[in-house]
Design a protein. Structure first.
Length: 165
């Protein structure tokens, strides 16, 4: 059995963090779902090296992996009926990368002022490229943002695999 840390959301869209013991990541995911939680991040608890790596994460530039995790989390929350601004607030609380956290906060503020999500995202082209923004715009027009974010997350995951090869 291994120790895992997790971030998940309950049915009301409230972010939950904690630890649990399970045989594998899949087993941990299953246990969280049994508790009525939607897991968005499950990590095997590591030693000192993991803690040192976390210290240096907060100031680095947002990576493709960071954006993919953000996109996946938004997809899950929107799919479960959480409104966009609330989803961004909840996801933003868990972001360790300071640049991405700041950008998500700005996007959330823009949405609360009545700006569309795609318009708010396009103000940050170094993080959200034109393809990403265009696809989100389509999701807004069709009312299928959750599905669009799921497809974007899959695309970002694929791009990571290709660039790693």
């Amino acid at each position: 059995m291994r120790n895992f840390t997790y971030t998940a959301y309950d049915g009301a869209g409230t972010r939950r963090q904690g630890e649990l013991v399970a045989g594998s990541r899949e087993s941990a995911k299953f246990k969280l779902k049994e508790r009525g939680l939607v897991p968005v991040e499950i990590n095997r608890e590591g030693g000192a090296a993991d803690r040192v790596n976390k210290l240096f994460q907060f100031n680095r530039r947002a990576s493709l992996a960071d954006v993919e995790i953000l996109t996946s989390q938004l997809s899950l929350l929107l799919k479960n009926g959480v409104k966009v601004d609330r989803a961004l607030e909840n996801v933003g609380k868990g972001i360790k990368n300071s640049q991405l956290k700041k950008i998500v906060g700005q996007v959330c503020d823009e949405i609360k002022r009545g700006v569309s999500l795609s318009r708010a995202l396009e103000k940050n082209p170094t993080v959200f490229d034109s393809l990403y923004v265009s696809v989100v715009r389509i999701g807004e027009a069709t009312g299928k943002l959750a599905e669009i974010f799921a497809k974007l997350a899959a695309n970002l995951s694929f791009r990571q695999k290709v660039s790693a090869a």
